[in-house]
Design a protein around this ligand. Structure first.
Ligand code: SAH
Length: 258
């Protein structure tokens, strides 16, 4: 039997219109779609009626499918000759484990493609009116994991480099660790008054944004009960939000129309 093919596809950050044209095509032609928790379920409407839809997102505290089971699933379905889309929130290569999945597929001689997506670290700020670079305020930008601690609780981030060498930093998975992140940046030389934004459910109709400073934001996020998924953005560019925020107006206009 001929082997199938696997498409490792970025679903975009939330707004279903932020899926790429190629990502849409992959969904439309696939026999099997394996999707994560942060994928907007509306995207599954594009699948063939006969497509098998498999949820493998991890619910907090409860593992739905462990990574090895996902690998097995992708391998087995494609060995059956199926066309498979592995749909992941944002971009599949940004904290999305596409690399590991591609390695397994390569080891099994299974054909695959990686289809990039719009990543939350750029899109959530954009929808909050914050450009991650700007000619006057930021000429470098880093994507960083906010829960980068190993089993001993030590984190592996180079805080000094982040605090002093990068203008804008997007922390993914950082909400639960926000006070640690801010403390580390301040201790390693970033001014406590550096602006910070936290964008919850960015690019969706539930988007909420709070802004503060390195020495106030953890407290504010707690007071506002900010939950995952949320993106933490640190840097002077956050100041631009006051002037160029726009998505709130779009949402308001939509509410009036309804
Ligand atoms: N591959 C994804 C990231 C997966 S890690 C991407 O490229 O965007 C999951 C983290 O991404 C979340 O903890 C959160 O920090 C961030 N994230 C994903 N979707 C988000 C959204 N709609 N709004 C804010 N942050 C989001």
């Amino acid at each position: 039997m001929t082997k199938g093919k696997v498409y490792l596809v970025g679903a975009g950050p939330g707004d279903p219109k932020l899926l790429t044209v190629y990502g849409l095509e992959c969904i439309q032609i696939s026999d099997v779609i394996v999707y994560d928790r942060l994928v907007n379920p509306k995207l599954l409407d594009h699948a063939k009626a006969s497509a098998e839809l498999i949820y493998c997102g991890k619910l907090p505290g409860k593992h739905h499918l462990i990574q090895e089971e996902i690998h097995e699933l992708l391998v087995n379905k494609s060995l059956e000759g199926k066309t498979v889309t592995r749909l992941k929130g944002g971009d599949p290569c940004v904290f999305g484990r596409a690399g590991e999945e591609a390695e397994v597929l390569a080891e099994h001689g299974i054909e695959y493609e990686i289809v990039p997506g719009v990543t939350a670290g750029i899109a959530a700020p954009a929808y909050a009116g914050i450009p991650v670079t700007h000619r006057e305020y930021a000429s470098s930008f880093a994507i960083v994991t906010g829960h980068g601690r190993d089993s001993k609780g030590e984190d592996r981030l180079n805080w000094e480099a982040l605090a002093t060498g990068i203008d804008t930093i997007a922390f993914y998975m950082g909400v639960g660790n926000l006070s640690h992140i801010c403390k580390q940046l301040i201790e390693h030389g970033r001014p406590p008054g550096t602006p910070v934004a936290v964008v919850e459910w960015g690019t969706t109709d539930r988007q909420r944004t709070i802004t503060g400073k390195l020495d106030t934001i953890a407290h504010l996020a707690l007071a506002e009960n900010i939950q995952n998924p949320a993106l933490v953005l640190v840097g002077e560019v956050v100041k631009l939000r006051e002037k160029i925020k726009w998505y709130e107006k779009v949402l308001e206009a939509e509410t009036v129309l309804e």
